[in-house]
Design a protein around this ligand. Structure first.
Ligand code: ATP
Ligand code: MG
Ligand code: MG
Ligand code: MG
Length: 474
């Protein structure tokens, strides 16, 4: 079963059970400054959960584009290292706005996995919130899941909240055992272990509260259900592989990187990490730009820039000396045109933005990397392992190295960054800037993108002018 088939299978399963299929909202949340990027299927329904908005349905299902980089749910550091985390992924979800609750939600999830998809029950586990006896009993009594396969976890894993404020509540999650040959192999490895063996596939949140800025939980007018299942993860299960990167959803882009680099995925561990990073970051880059985010030095644009620069560094590690991500980003949009036709139409614009960003950074990337290796050589002779704050700052300020990029580069050799030292340099620079402010260089950069945007508009690029649908810029 292909990823595409699974997406539609999920949606029609819920459609047949009275759910209205709603299309994905853009990655830039509409009217929600508290949220960096759309990070779950429920985001677009936030007001329905809060009781502030009425729709003509009380059950919905969707396949939602999500980005988890920066902000509360940040998986940037996990990409490349785990087999199951992406910055960009699709979340399948079913939702009840004050309609059904725990019993029905659990029944639907179990039916979809074990009857519709016919998953082997002996490889499935479930978790509930510490004191949620109700959910545990439903799993056992209603669905026949043995008690020893039901785990109880605390706030961190089984209490979901969208952000620091907003709807939240206890949840129950479903895990798939990828088998003993996958993961850390430690004797204590079990559901909840950080390794790839027990893979969380589906989260069912029982939304009961709204959390306000001071942390108070207020009961929602009507309890609701919000669920999320990673499309890439369930595809991994259904395709009998153990890594998202081996599913048809990611394999195509990896194959394209293999073709461009002349290297084979899986031959060399370091190169494989780089290929996964490029595959993942190309998807995030392509979809973020298609949804109106442009690389910049602050806010959402800076998160995008960090993703892109990290990908560029991995491209360099694979031996690419010239821009290449504009090709992989373009490839992604073309390959996903069936599911995301609007985004695919913007691929020329996306490619231009990416190429421009690559051209700007390639030279300084090489220079910055040289400075960094000289510094490491010095530290090695001195027997030290902390990169001084001024060096981290110089890389940031002169060479455009985001701090997390520097950290990522030195980490595998056991080096860490002097972050307080870096912060001190930053504070010093801000002080100086305030003293002799004469206009900012960012203006020139913004002008370049404005020009690209204008060009994009002239050729069939209507997304940014419409006020609804995928092209909305908020
Ligand atoms: P994990 O513990 O594996 O990081 P999570 O608990 O942070 O996942 P949820 O917030 O519960 O994830 O999101 C619901 C579902 O979305 C998860 O069960 C998983 O299938 C999927 N998912 C979450 N984060 C990612 C990601 N970074 N990449 C791919 N799929 C993800
Ligand atoms: Mg997570
Ligand atoms: Mg989790
Ligand atoms: Mg979870």
């Amino acid at each position: 079963m292909t990823g595409k088939e699974l997406r539609s299978r999920f949606l029609s399963f819920f459609e047949q059970r009275g759910h209205t299929v709603v299309s994905s909202s853009p990655l830039v949340p509409h009217n929600d400054p508290t949220l960096l990027f759309t990070n779950a299927g429920m985001n677009q329904f936030k007001d329905c959960f809060l009781g502030n908005e009425k729709r003509d349905y009380v059950r919905a299902a969707s396949s939602q584009k999500c980005v988890r980089a920066g902000g509360k749910h940040n998986d940037l550091e996990n990409v490349g290292r785990t087999a199951r985390h992406h910055t960009f992924f699709e979340m399948l979800g079913n939702f009840s706005f004050g309609d059904y609750f725990k019993k029905e939600a659990i029944a639907y999830a179990w039916e979809f996995l074990t009857v519709d998809l016919k998953l082997d029950k002996s490889r499935l586990y479930v978790t509930v919130f510490t004191d949620d006896d109700e959910a545990a009993d439903i799993w056992h009594e209603q669905e026949g899941v043995p008690r020893e396969r039901i785990y109880r976890f605390g706030e961190k894993d089984n209490f979901w909240s969208m952000g620091d404020t907003g709807p939240c509540g206890p949840c129950t999650e479903i895990f798939w055992d990828n088998g003993p040959e996958v993961g850390c192999g430690k004797p204590e490895c079990a559901v909840g272990c950080d390794c790839d063996r027990y893979m969380e596939i589906w989260n069912n949140v029982f939304m009961q509260f709204n959390r306000s800025a001071d942390g108070t939980l207020t009961p929602l007018p009507k309890p609701a259900v919000d669920t999320g299942m990673g499309l890439e993860r369930i595809t991994t299960v259904m395709q009998g592989v153990t890594s998202n990167y081996d599913t048809d959803l990611l394999r195509g882009i990896i194959a394209y990187v293999e073709e461009l680099s002349g290297q084979r995925y899986g031959d060399n561990q370091e190169a494989s990490v780089s290929m996964r990073v490029i595959a993942d970051h190309s998807r995030a880059t392509a979809f973020l730009i298609a949804d109106g985010v442009l690389p910049s030095n602050e806010g959402r644009g800076y998160v995008l820039r960090r993703i892109m620069r990290r990908a560029m560094r991995h491209a360099k590690m694979l031996g690419f000396e010239d821009p290449v991500l504009f090709k992989t980003a373009n490839f992604v949009l073309e390959a996903m045109a069936d599911a995301y036709p609007e985004e695919a139409k913007r691929r020329d614009f996306v490619a231009k933005v990416v190429k421009n960003e690559e051209e700007r950074f390639i030279q300084t990337l090489g220079n910055g990397l040289r400075i960094l290796s000289e510094e490491i050589a010095k530290l090695k002779t001195a027997g030290q392992t902390v990169i001084p704050g001024e060096v981290v700052f110089r890389l940031y300020d002169t060479f455009g190295f985001p701090v997390d990029l520097t950290a990522d580069i030195v980490e595998k050799d056991g080096y860490t960054l002097d972050e307080p030292g870096f912060e001190a340099c930053m504070a010093e620079q801000r002080k100086k800037a305030r003293e002799n402010w004469k206009g900012s260089g960012e203006e020139a950069v913004a002008a370049v993108y404005r020009k690209l945007l204008e060009e994009g508009r002239q050729c069939e690029f209507t997304g940014y002018q419409t006020t609804s649908g995928h092209g909305t810029v908020t």
